[in-house]
Write a protein that binds this ligand. Structure first.
Ligand code: ADP
Ligand code: MG
Length: 694
């Protein structure tokens, strides 16, 4: 395999454009992309034709506007390139108009009330900042998706808006530090993705996996992840084949898949890409999730992207590595070497610290989902409290700046420091802290609370917006300063002093931290229903509308969709449990009971010996079976009572407070019964089968 030839071979990337577009078209396109300007139709026509010719040469027959509605997955509507010429034959055609704008029936996508039923049209608009690519013989054109009234109906539009905002504000700061040559500031993201692989045949035997993506029943296997032997263990041959294929497919699509390894739980793995700009990283993560599933399927497996497919095992998350960089290649979160760079680094660092402290609620809600609720706060994932890990060195430096005291470490003798004089500090050895939800890892922040199935768009919209807000405030002050240096000193000191409560370098899994965080006044929002309506807090509406990230209508519509997602998810899970209990679990138990009862009779009456242990097992199972039956009935009742609630917030609380506990009670009896059933009586493949079956 020639990787460098393979890489990006299905992408209409810069190299292909340079080769296939006339020079003036190429530069017109570049200019439009850079300046965020719309494209002249003659230029668009030329680009469209070149794109089509290239796609057809690669075997494509169709094209689609590829977009990211608020469902969490991507959507496509395929059109073929064919165009009749009147004599019964066709030619392959694709116009600039078709490239730039599409019309789509928006009624099949959630709009949260933005799309009145009489106005079902939605539009897609080409995003030339993300390359088109070919998938399944279809040219996929990344697009934004919006309503007839111009409201964003997708995840890309607000992300692009937030990147633009951050660009504007960060450039103001750079100019203040005398940087005149950077023309753009972008945010960069590398999203590490965790997932499970299970055998497809086993998967298909479980309704819970098929309908909800996670197991709703299942006793713990005798061996779990206690031994931790999976992490750096050899990758099993079947999985190795899968990973090889996965890399190939991703590379063809220009996804910079870099690292593949096993994770802590059996059957759990991770894929990490090399970082890119946030828009591309978001598109690529969506593609990665899709390709993961497709390639698994080809290898007779199913890829589980659920946040918590197995109770008692590690869940799957996604780490959003985030930084800010200039178009000239400077990472603005890289500690500097010169005094000048140091001060600039500290200011950007302060913007993150202040943003995370002031908008803990938005960060928390940006990763809230029914699936992630099972993961956050349990002992393998970051707690639901937002805090920042900076490492002891950097924290020590900030403290010294705050208090105006002297500072020393192993490498530096006792020294006077200020914003312009930072000691050289080694990359902190404790940056391996895995318990922090938001960790500084030397030259980027790693936001670790994301669930594995989540689009990374939401959290990055929030990060970009809340940090841009701080940069704007800083720039407002500094641009008007009489004495830049002294104003800068004051600003950095003040920010550290007012927001240092958000910094926590200790063990986030420790109970003591929960108490400490409460003392510091930090939020601890444990579940999705409790998080969601922070969206419409005055301060947050103000933030979003002021910066034109969301209109007020867009915020309310998104909130509506989030409530729906939560309620639908729990409702489907509850109904699946009821179905499995009635049709699979109870009948299996009864069958085994029947077998045992017969044995009891034979032993007792025909042979005249004590029918043990049959009687003991029988009575235990009999009791559990009744519990399961009662539990099912009770769950049915709670689900029915939810049906009468029309207010979405109230409904989400009903699911959280009534339905989920009823599900847990039912599960407990069923899992206990499972441990008493003989293998041949088990209603479906067990955890053991699933986790060790690949
Ligand atoms: P580890 O987490 O094992 O220390 P790395 O720090 O090398 O590994 O990278 C983890 C992830 O962070 C990778 O996806 C990488 O591409 C990404 N990353 C590295 N630098 C940046 C950056 N400046 N901006 C965004 N993501 C980055
Ligand atoms: Mg990591």
């Amino acid at each position: 395999m020639n990787v460098s030839e393979l890489f990006g071979s299905y992408v209409f990337n810069d190299a292909v454009m340079r080769e296939r577009l006339p020079e003036e078209t190429y530069f017109a396109l570049k200019k439009a992309v850079k300046g965020g300007k719309s494209l002249d139709i003659t230029v668009a026509n030329t680009v469209a034709t070149a794109m089509k010719d290239w796609a057809v040469s690669k075997g494509a027959t169709h094209y689609t506007h590829w977009f990211q509605p608020m469902t969490g997955i991507t959507a496509e509507k395929h059109d073929s390139f064919i165009s009749p010429v009147g004599d019964g034959t066709v030619i392959m055609e694709f116009s600039g108009k078709e490239l730039i704008k599409g019309e789509s029936d928006a009624s099949s996508f959630p709009s949260g009330g933005l799309r009145a039923t009489f106005e079902a049209r939605g539009y897609t608009a080409w995003d030339p900042t993300s390359y088109a690519f070919i998938k399944d013989n279809t040219l996929c054109i990344p697009t934004a998706f919006y309503s007839y009234g111009g409201h964003a109906l997708d995840k890309k539009t607000p992300l692009l808006r937030s990147m633009e905002l951050l660009n504007t504000q960060a450039l103001r700061i750079l100019r203040l530090f005398g940087n005149t040559n950077s023309e753009r500031v972008i945010t960069t993201v590398g999203a590490e993705q965790e997932y499970f692989l299970v055998d497809k045949e086993l998967f298909n035997k479980r309704k819970d996996l098929v309908f909800t993506g996670r197991t709703l029943f299942g006793a713990r296997p005798p061996k779990g992840q206690e031994m931790n032997d999976h992490y750096f263990g050899a990758i099993r041959p079947r999985v190795a084949e899968f990973m090889k294929d996965l890399d190939t497919e991703l590379w063809k699509l220009g996804v910079l898949a870099k690292t593949e390894h096993n994770e802590a739980a059996p059957a759990q793995h991770e894929i990490a890409p090399i970082f890119s700009d946030t828009n591309t990283a978001t598109d690529h993560n969506q593609i990665t999730m899709e390709i993961l599933k497709n390639v698994a399927e080809r290898h007779g497996m199913k890829c589980l992207l659920h946040e918590k497919p197995f109770a008692g095992m590690n869940g799957s998350g996604k780490h959003n590595n985030w930084s800010i960089a200039t178009d000239t290649g400077i990472n603005l979160l890289e500690p500097g070497k010169s005094p000048h760079e140091n001060a600039q680094f500290l200011l950007f660092l302060c913007s993150v610290i202040k943003a995370v402290d002031e908008y803990q609620d938005l960060l928390r809600l940006s990763i809230a989902s029914a699936g992630n609720d099972h993961r956050l706060g349990s002992n393998e994932a970051p707690p639901a409290i937002i805090s920042i890990f900076l490492g002891d060195e950097l924290t020590g430096i900030l403290e010294a700046i705050d208090s105006g005291s002297r500072y020393s470490n192993k490498e530096n003798a006792d020294m006077e420091i200020g914003v312009h004089v930072l000691p050289h500090f080694p990359k902190d050895t404790t940056d391996r802290n895995r318990t922090s939800p938001f960790a500084f890892t030397g030259n980027k922040f790693e936001f670790r609370m994301l669930g594995s199935s989540l689009s990374i768009s939401g959290p990055n919209i929030i990060l970009n917006t809340i940090i841009a807000e701080q940069l704007e405030q800083f720039a407002d002050v500094l641009e008007n300063a009489d004495d830049f240096t002294s104003e800068l000193n004051t600003l950095i000191r003040k920010t550290i002093r007012e927001h240092k409560r958000i910094i926590f370098n200790g063990n986030g899994y420790d109970d003591a931290w929960v108490k400490e965080a409460e003392k510091r006044g930090l939020l601890n929002i444990k579940t999705t229903p409790e998080a969601l309506d922070r969206y419409i807090d005055d301060k947050n509406i103000e933030l979003f509308t002021k910066h034109r990230i969301f209109t007020k209508e867009e915020i309310f519509s998104r909130l509506d969709i989030l409530y729906d997602n939560y309620c639908h998810t729990v409702s489907i899970e509850a109904l699946t449990m009821i179905d499995m209990a009635k049709k699979d679990i109870i009948p299996s138990i009864l069958k085994y009971e029947e077998h045992l009862a017969k044995l009891v009779e034979i032993k007792q009456e025909k042979i005249g010996i004590l029918p043990e242990p049959e009687k003991t097992v029988l009575s235990k199972l009999s009791k559990l079976c009744k519990d399961i039956y009662d539990g099912t009935e009770y769950l049915e009742k709670t689900v029915a009572s939810a049906r009468s609630i029309t207010d979405k917030k109230e409904l989400s609380f009903c699911y959280k407070d009534n339905v989920i506990p009823a599900m847990e009670t039912l599960r407990k009896s069923a899992d206990e019964a499972e441990t008493l059933l003989g293998t041949e009586y088990l209603p479906y493949p067990t955890y053991e089968d699933l986790l060790f079956g690949v």
